[in-house]
Design a protein around this ligand. Structure first.
Ligand SMILES: *[C@@H]1O[C@H](CO)[C@@H](O)[C@H](O)[C@H]1NC(C)=O
Ligand SMILES: *[C@@H]1O[C@H](CO)[C@@H](O)[C@H](O)[C@H]1NC(C)=O
Ligand SMILES: *[C@@H]1O[C@H](CO)[C@@H](O)[C@H](O)[C@H]1NC(C)=O
Ligand SMILES: *[C@@H]1O[C@H](CO)[C@@H](O)[C@H](O)[C@H]1NC(C)=O
Length: 440
């Protein structure tokens, strides 16, 4: 409903310059780029997840943190262009980058800070501009002129002003509304050297919403591959799965659960998870444990998919059932990880992992027939934690301490490796298709 408004107010002119096919982004894996070993990568992903979980404690405002993802897109901002790097986050909306005025309250980033005074295309968005009324992230300052942006994540807050700029993704340039951020109070290392975030959530300021696009897709290359191929993401009409005669790979198609209208978390892409099977055994967890539900006025929990969360966390009743069932199946093969690796309580010898750990099947409701089961191979929920040991890297939501996140199931990006994931917002469905993302 609001999308045409934004298009009319801001984008129709610039959209005329873009092709209909959509924009492409190439995503690099931060840890791969910095040549960490396998053990270091797991430790870093776990630290980031725990930092994220830990910092959720005590937060009552609508907070979501998407800043810990390992997948980063490079783009250009301004005319003439300046380089920037952003984490790709389906768990938030705002597109933002640190601006040169942020010093000294910004965090360290790999690239120089974006300097709006060096760009012919930079324009401040005023309070009277339609864009200032588009998101819960925006507010008019007391001077009645400046449109400010303020957003909270689990790891802290950011603030700045709303502006428009030319952003260039590979060869496409589009004019977008973004946050020029001058205060970043995030826990150290949160963004791993990126300059900001590109939000892909349901909100009106997200990249797909601003482009007026109703589909996007990505294929995330594995964390632990020696060859470092970039991942790809497409926003727009050409987003899709592998199709045609060459592909007989099964596609899982799941309807999104409609977000409640008064839900401050309606940023999120909720899914109708109904149950989980480990190997051949269906876990005895009531499907209601995963349902979207209100837990306090205006506060909702449920199950959503998040490209900006590294690891999956399950609502505690499901986590306990999964842990118990895998412990039963793995029996004598279970080992203690080497000293110094903490936070994992279900581990086997590395050589046993591929052979003994069963796949998971996530069962989704609301669709038709058999196409709504998603098979999660062992490599998408177990990881090597040292040179001899692999452990389950799924956590309990209770690690997050407070509502609503302590009762929310989040499907993180580790579980989405080597799959095409297509968000079809007009069709109201999410599709998964196993793929070798490195070869695309
Ligand atoms: C980029 O910005 C310039 C102003 O410097 C403007 O003339 C141009 O049309 C913009 N390009 C796009 C594709 O929006
Ligand atoms: C801003 O607008 C409000 C309401 O229109 C008005 O009461 C207030 O005086 C204005 N503030 C300034 C600084 O102009
Ligand atoms: C794949 O192709 C079939 C027909 O060839 C079409 O119906 C379907 O929509 C396509 N799927 C995607 C995701 O493009
Ligand atoms: C989640 O946190 C709230 C307090 O914010 C607490 O009352 C509730 O029992 C917690 N839920 C679980 C499953 O631990």
């Amino acid at each position: 409903m609001a999308r045409p408004l934004l298009c009319l107010a801001l984008l129709c002119t610039s959209l005329a310059f873009t092709t209909c096919a959509g924009i492409r982004l190439e995503l690099t894996h931060v840890d791969a780029k910095e040549h960490y070993t396998v053990e270091e990568r797991v430790r870093r992903a776990t630290e980031r997840t725990h930092r994220r979980l830990a910092s959720m404690g005590g937060v009552t405002a609508p907070i979501h943190w998407g800043g810990q993802s390992q997948y980063i897109a490079e783009y250009l901002i301004g005319d003439p262009p300046q380089r920037a790097e952003a984490i790709i986050d389906t768990g938030s909306n705002l597109i933002w980058t640190q601006c040169s005025r942020c010093r000294p309250t910004c965090f360290r980033q790999n690239l120089p800070y974006y300097d709006p005074s060096r760009s012919r295309a930079a324009r401040a968005v005023g309070c009277n501009d339609a864009a200032c009324a588009l998101g819960s992230e925006t507010q008019c300052l007391s001077d009645n002129k400046t449109c400010a942006v303020v957003t909270g994540y689990g790891a802290g807050n950011i603030a700045g002003t709303l502006a428009t700029e030319n952003l260039t993704f590979q060869s496409e340039t589009v004019s977008l509304v973004f946050g020029c951020i001058v205060v970043t109070k995030l826990s150290p290392g949160s963004l791993n050297g990126a300059s900001g975030i590109i939000g892909l959530g349901r909100g009106k300021l997200s990249l797909p919403s601003q482009l007026g696009d109703t589909r996007f897709s990505y294929c995330l290359t594995p964390y632990f591959e020696d060859t470092i191929e970039p991942s790809h993401m497409v926003v727009g009409a050409s987003a899709g799965l592998i199709n045609g005669s060459a592909s007989s790979t099964p596609v899982t198609t799941v309807p999104f659960v409609r977000s409640p209208s008064d839900d401050p978390f309606s940023t999120f892409y909720y899914l109708p998870l109904t149950g989980i099977t480990a190997g051949k055994v269906k876990l005895a967890v009531p499907s209601a444990a995963f349902d979207l539900r209100q837990v306090a006025p205006g506060m909702w929990t449920g199950t959503f998919i998040d490209s900006g969360a590294p690891l999956t966390s399950l609502v505690d009743v499901a986590y306990q059932a999964l842990r118990a069932e895998l412990a039963r199946q793995l029996g004598a093969a279970l080992v203690q990880p080497l000293a110094g690796t903490t936070g994992f309580d279900l581990c086997v010898a590395l050589k046993d992992a591929e052979r003994l750990v069963p796949p998971l099947v996530l069962h989704f409701g609301g669709g038709s027939g058999t196409g709504t089961d998603l098979v999660v191979p062992p490599a998408n929920y177990w990881a090597p934690v040292d040179s001899a040991t692999a452990c389950m890297v799924v956590f309990s939501s209770v690690d997050r301490k407070s509502l609503p996140m302590n009762e929310t199931t989040v499907i993180g990006n580790y579980m989405q490796q080597n799959m095409h994931v297509l968000y079809d917002l007009a069709g109201g469905v999410l599709s998964f298709q196993p793929a070798d993302c490195s070869s695309i």
